[in-house]
Design a protein around this ligand. Sequence first.
Ligand SMILES: [Zn+2]
Length: 395
Amino acid sequence: MNMNDFSPIYWSAPYQKEVLAKVIGINKHEVKVDKALFYPSGGGQLSDLGLIVYQQQDIKVIGIEKREDGNWLQIDSVGDSGLEEGMEVLLQLDWDRRYSFMKSHSSQHLISHVLKRLFDIETLKANFDDEKIDIEVSRNLSEAEISEVLQESNQLINEGAEVISLIVDKDEYKNKYRDVARGKVSNENTVRLIQLGEGEGYDLTCCGGVHVKNLSEIKGIFLDTFKGNSLKFFIDKHGIDSVNRQRILMINLEEITAKKGEKLVEMLKNKLNEGKILQEGNLSLLKMVFSEIAYRSQEINGNKIVFFNLPEIDRQALQSAARELEKGFLIVVLGRNDILYFISTNGELSAKKINDIIIEKTGSKGGGNKGFAQVNVKNIENPLSLVKEVLTMFN
Ligand SMILES: [Zn+2]
């Protein structure tokens, strides 16, 4: 018995783009036909889309619903189409979409094979889109490992290898293939396997998806991202375009920094570190200044007030340093980006109250609470003298 006789067109002839078929079922928004040209989705691969062509009409197939009684082609509305059971129609594949899925799916088998062979890593999950592949694997990979996987996979694409579809019954599968196949074991009565390479081949796995004839059609696999055990790749044109786009971004970065490659990474690390050290330095200085507020304070209406003009200091630094402030003071700081801060350690004098008066007088934006408040004073000519004026209202 030749099992291929029972296989759907998308298995036996994946490059066939159209076929005449008979309508054998019809509902409001769906049609069933007697030929399996469209792949119905499964195993990480999305369904095919395409057209039902009937009397010069192109009826769009917008999805495929898999049900007990077979696969139904989803269309906008049967009502307007004039379709009826028994009619002969032409099925046409959205070939660009199909072919990109074929290439993605075969690429995934190849990457999973290389992962297994080089590092004994299993593929747990895989999804394909238009020349894109997402793979979840059994452990995290290092940069060196991922780069080895890419090198080896692209080498195999370069060499080319046939992608062979085998359809066997349960017994043949058990006797011949089950123990040598990579990945999950099948319990189906009819088992479909995909083999990479001629003769014995080098990778065999149960798969119901649609594949290219030869790995050379993939042209290349390119890394998109990898994080933990999740790997993402682009292939073919998508991959080449993406790599070139990234390269242009890098050239911009290289021009700005006048550094390349590893040196660029090193430089950015150092710069970020310097920034952190500067911030920490600012904070220590601020704490030092705050520890001497008693000597710097002036009295306005009996309240002890200290003014600072610190254009480098931001809210975060102020709030950290404010924790160690002496009780009984109001500290007024003109900080970074023209933000005026009020910090009160005097229970009688609310930072929010003073801040609210400034907001009311000037229409500027701000807010806060009893101990800490801030207002934007960008549009105020002499904010510190305004504050002094407001403070004379308090006693
Ligand atoms: Zn597969």
